[in-house]
Design a protein around this ligand. Structure first.
Ligand code: GDP
Length: 445
């Protein structure tokens, strides 16, 4: 999986991490190479372009510690961006199979590995989740395909619906439903017919089956070796039939792997599983963290940077505490506090954590005071100069206007922020004075 891409990227980053200081141009050159590597891996152009843009934005304006090189920092940013582009919602590989018997519709082109994947997933559901599974082949035009599913079923110990000659796919789907209900199965899987290309008949048949089965999951099986074609097929199937997730097969090959990176961004559908060989166990849940690790192959650096970031945050908050103890509180301090709040899940998140505050969190949300507000405030602080951040009282009306405009906001919002900083500063001063006498001493009096 991803060998070529992985090799290309490690070439780029090896060069980058060996350097000490990085100029903007170094980063830009490296990112151009990343973009080429992605395109060569058959990642779609808009996805590659967005990816590089996100990395570029994050790479500028990142605080760096001395213990890591800027190159290492870039590796970590790329790593996180990879995870973002791969990520879907919820647990990787999770299937909606409550309310037995839950129907799973399997769709895809002929030769994509649909029948094999049906059996692999059935085996997984049986072995890992202890589910009773029934499989049915709906490929009435290819008796060999129906036989193949029966043979695989016998091999893995999963029941298949007996084949009745001359029955149409909709009738088979209905029989599978009845049989699954009567037989106490948890899940029944419908392996629909595949064709070499998407055609009207294929779609009409799959749609008819979908309408009688009302599937909880419609999984599209696509050949990962086909790169962007796989993504195009997914878009088309989703438009015409609606899919809930994708299984990418043949990821054991040295394919270019671009489909994995483009799928989510282009189709909006998560990759739920990857097929890694012909054997019945050769299937894995699609886990963005692990895949990103495999693509980059730089786990050591990622871990190093994570550690360094923790240290940096610790240093920063220690420095802030010291300043606060002295009664100092400027815009840099406020910015750090706002960032911390976002990290902790914003206002709602913080209140949600405090007992009895759940209701208030809702009110805060209704009042429109959420992450967006925090981010706006941070944007305002970012449009100030270094001097202004340290001494916000020097701000004149004309500068205020410019700052608000630079952050895309109204001056009134900036004034609110300034007031907040002043109030917090006053509070710090009071606490600082208390600190001089010893806060503890005061409290014990
Ligand atoms: P269908 O026509 O879509 O049902 O495709 P099949 O399930 O019959 O698979 C076609 C061929 O691809 C078979 O030889 C499978 O063993 C093979 N195959 C399926 N999935 C994978 C995979 O993840 N990796 C590899 N290497 N081969 C696979």
């Amino acid at each position: 999986m991803f060998e070529n891409l992985s090799e290309r990227l490690s070439g780029v980053f090896d060069r980058l991490t060996k350097q000490g200081a990085l100029s903007e141009e170094d980063v830009a050159t490296a990112l151009r190479e990343v973009r080429v590597a992605l395109l060569e891996a058959d990642v779609s152009l808009p996805v590659a372009r967005d990816f590089v843009k996100v990395v570029q934005e994050k790479a500028t304006g990142q605080a760096v510690t001395k213990s890591i090189t800027p190159g290492q920092q870039v590796v970590k940013i790329v790593h996180d961006a990879l995870i973002d582009v791969l990520k879907g919602e919820g647990e990787p590989g999770a299937l909606k199979i409550d309310n037995p018997p839950a129907p799973i519709l399997m769709v895809g082109l002929q030769g994509s590995g649909k029948t094999t994947t049906t059996a692999k997933l059935a085996k997984r559901l049986k072995d890992r989740d202890g589910k009773r599974v029934l499989m049915a082949s709906l490929d009435v035009n290819r008796p060999a395909a129906m036989e193949q599913l029966a043979i695989l079923g016998a091999q893995i110990g999963v029941d298949t619906l007996p084949i009745v000659k001359g029955e149409d796919p909709v009738a088979i789907a209905k029989r599978a439903k009845t049989q699954a209900g009567l037989g106490g199965y948890d899940v029944y899987m419908l392996d629909t017919a595949g064709r070499l290309h998407i055609d009207a008949e294929l779609i009409a048949q799959a749609a008819a089956v979908r309408d009688v089965a009302n599937p909880r999951e419609t999984l599209l099986v696509v050949d990962g070796l086909t790169g962007q074609d796989a993504v195009n097929v997914a878009t088309e199937f989703d438009d015409k039939i609606g899919v809930s997730g994708v299984v990418l097969t043949r990821m054991d090959g040295d394919g270019r792997g671009g489909a994995a990176l483009s799928m989510r961004a282009v189709t909006g559908k998560p990759i739920k599983y990857v097929g890694l060989g012909e054997k019945m166990d050769a299937i894995e849940t699609f886990e963005p963290e692990r895949i990103a690790g495999r693509i980059l192959g730089m786990g050591d650096i990622v871990a190093l940077v994570e550690k360094a970031q923790e240290t940096l945050e610790l240093e920063q908050s220690e420095r802030m505490m010291k300043r606060m103890a002295k009664g100092q509180f400027n815009m840099n301090d406020l910015k750090m506090q706002l960032e911390q709040m976002i990290k902790m899940g914003g206002m709602q998140g913080m209140m949600g954590m405090m007992p009895g505050m759940g209701k208030m969190a809702k009110q805060v949300e209704n009042a429109g005071f959420d992450d967006k507000v925090l981010k706006h405030q941070i944007a305002l602080i970012q449009s100030m100069t270094k001097k202004e951040r340290a001494n916000p009282q020097i701000l004149q009306a004309s500068r205020k206007k410019r700052i608000a405009k630079g952050a895309g906001m109204e001056v009134s919002e900036l004034n609110k922020l300034l007031k907040m900083q002043r109030q917090m500063g006053d509070m710090m001063k009071k606490m600082g004075k208390m600190g001089k006498g010893g806060m503890l001493k005061q409290a014990m009096k």
